[in-house]
Design a binder for this molecule. Structure first.
Ligand code: FMN
Length: 339
């Protein structure tokens, strides 16, 4: 990539797929791109230090098919040192991202010991400094993803103060996971389920700061829920539901924009072509297929799809052929049902 890489316009954040470590890698994003081409996709979180000192191409490179093809991807950074975040932002500019996002929502111990993630909600001035430094390093949009609070922070004043501080630094877009993070005693997984969701608190923020785009995240797992909440926010962000039941993205986009939902078999064939090219470059087939297990969720072939793709991909060396074979078997099952 060169610094001449054209900037990708963000088409609107009405539908976003959340950053998820170990899940939303470039293969997963390529899959989601075929299901919901108009969605804003997020990377996994990458720390600023990893961008600066690590294997940048491995960490930041996107599927070549996805760069400059109208696909919008936000890079999520983790860190709390303004100079290092600015440096990472500058270095990332050459990789074709549409937006740079700062993680202020992750509650893991590892992240807390590095003094970033959700614990930064207690340090709005520092976060504002980080955001200002990142903005000075790029002309891409710089955004933040946070919770409605941490621990015993007052979710009214505490969240307002935090958002006012980052907005004061120039941030215009906030992805809001509408539950607190409890920083001691809960695992990251528990922190995604146990602290109660409070969409109304998030909506009060959206109402109070109508100058900002507030994107609602957390627990949205049906088309109806997402569409209902969409009316109170600039957009919705889906995490686990997008991963486990990916066709929800296509259904949501169709409901929002009036387009059609792609056929599962079409998505499977596009992914098989992609797998052909990836396997030829030495990527194990499993690295691609592991993200696709939910494609037939709720359909007659769902179990067959999951089992064959899940169990056989590691042993196959023939590109995307397995995907084509299993998709054909699922389609035959669906036809059998219709007959
Ligand atoms: C496996 C996994 C990894 C995650 N990794 C990140 C991450 O790297 N950065 C982040 O901001 N949030 C991360 N999250 C949180 C999600 O982005 C999202 O905020 C959360 O799952 C709530 O949304 P949901 O209920 O739609 O899944 C992760 C969630 C999961 C399930």
């Amino acid at each position: 990539m060169t610094s001449d890489t054209p900037k990708i316009p963000v088409p609107g954040r009405r539908l976003c797929v959340a950053p998820m470590m170990d899940w939303t890698d470039r293969h997963c994003r390529h899959f989601h791109r075929h299901i919901a081409p108009g969605a804003l996709l997020f990377t996994e979180m990458v720390t600023a230090d990893a961008v600066i000192h690590g294997d940048r191409d491995r960490l930041l490179a996107q599927a070549p098919q996805d760069v400059g093809a109208g696909v919008c991807v936000a890079l999520q950074l983790g860190g709390s040192d303004p100079a290092r975040l600015a440096e990472a932002t500058r270095l990332a500019a050459d990789y074709g991202y549409a937006e740079i996002n700062l993680n202020v929502g992750c509650p893991s111990d590892r992240v807390q010991s590095g003094r970033f993630g959700a614990c930064l909600m207690a340090e709005p001035t520092l976060v504002a400094d980080c955001m200002a430094a990142m903005m000075a390093a790029t002309d891409l949009p710089v955004t933040v993803k946070c919770r409605i609070g941490i621990d015993d922070m007052d979710p009214e004043a505490g969240l307002d103060d935090f958002i006012d501080a980052v907005a004061g630094a120039g941030v215009r877009v906030v992805y809001l996971h509408a539950r607190k993070a409890w920083l001691s005693g809960l695992s990251p997984k528990e922190n995604r389920d146990i602290p109660p969701l409070d969409y109304d608190r998030a909506a009060r923020l959206a109402e109070r700061r109508r100058d900002l785009d507030i994107i609602l995240n957390g627990g949205l797992d049906s088309v109806d829920d997402a569409l209902r909440e969409r009316s109170r926010f600039a957009g919705v962000m889906l995490g686990r539901a997008a991963y486990r039941t990916p066709m929800i993205l296509a259904e949501l986009l169709a409901a929002m924009d009036g387009g059609s939902v792609p056929a599962r078999v079409e998505v499977a064939h596009r992914m098989a072509d992609y797998a052909d090219s990836q396997v030829a470059e030495g990527v194990p087939l499993h690295a691609v297929t592991r993200h696709m297990l939910g494609l037939y969720h709720g359909q007659r072939g769902a179990r067959l799809w999951r089992r064959h793709l899940g169990e056989e991909a590691r042993a196959r060396r023939d590109g995307g052929t397995l995907i084509r074979e299993v998709a054909a078997a699922c389609e035959a099952m669906a036809t059998g049902l219709a007959a």
